[in-house]
Design a binder for this molecule. Structure first.
Ligand code: MG
Length: 166
């Protein structure tokens, strides 16, 4: 294996309930709208999926392993904290993210007007150029819980290069 670069692909998935409200955070970006996401932290479903993807690249469990939802200190927490820790663990393992791809699945809010801000936000958090950050959105044609506007789902893939891996 030594002669090949150690490339890892981590995958993450998360869902949060959609409720009426005055806005939400997605990818660390404030999205003004008539909806909100419920959850123990700030419920940034995209950052949660991405955190799991980064942790998966180094087989380091999931977001609940490191930040139990039963722990009151994470109530209302900025989800950037979760992703920052995952990136720190990756760095300690000799790794570096070189591409991320996030897909949001929802009927509302519309993602396209916020896509560039989301990519910029993820670039700031990860320290990567926006050219290596993909944010996509789709609907489920009104089918299922996302189609009924009961929740928003997020999928994330993180590609990492590990140096001196064991
Ligand atoms: Mg979550």
């Amino acid at each position: 294996m030594d002669e090949f670069p150690d490339i890892r692909t981590g995958f993450g998935y998360d869902v949060h309930c959609l409720i009426s409200g005055s806005g939400m955070k997605l990818c660390g970006t404030d999205i003004p709208c008539d909806f909100a996401l419920s959850g123990h932290s700030d419920a940034d479903v995209a950052l949660h999926a991405l955190t799991d993807a980064v942790l998966a690249a180094i087989c380091a469990g999931d977001i609940g392993t490191h930040f139990p939802p039963t722990d009151p200190q994470w109530k209302g927490a900025d989800s950037r904290i979760f992703l920052d820790l995952a990136l720190q663990l990756l760095a300690e393992a000799g790794g570096q993210i070189n591409h991320i791809d996030v897909t949001l699945v929802c009927e509302v809010p519309k993602i396209a007007p916020h896509r560039d801000n989301m990519r910029e936000s993820l670039a700031k958090i990860t320290g990567m150029p926006e050219t290596r950050i993909s944010v996509k959105a789709t609907t489920t044609e009104k089918l299922g819980f996302t189609g009924r506007r009961e929740g928003i789902a997020a999928y994330a893939v993180a590609t990492a290069v590990i140096r001196n891996a064991s």
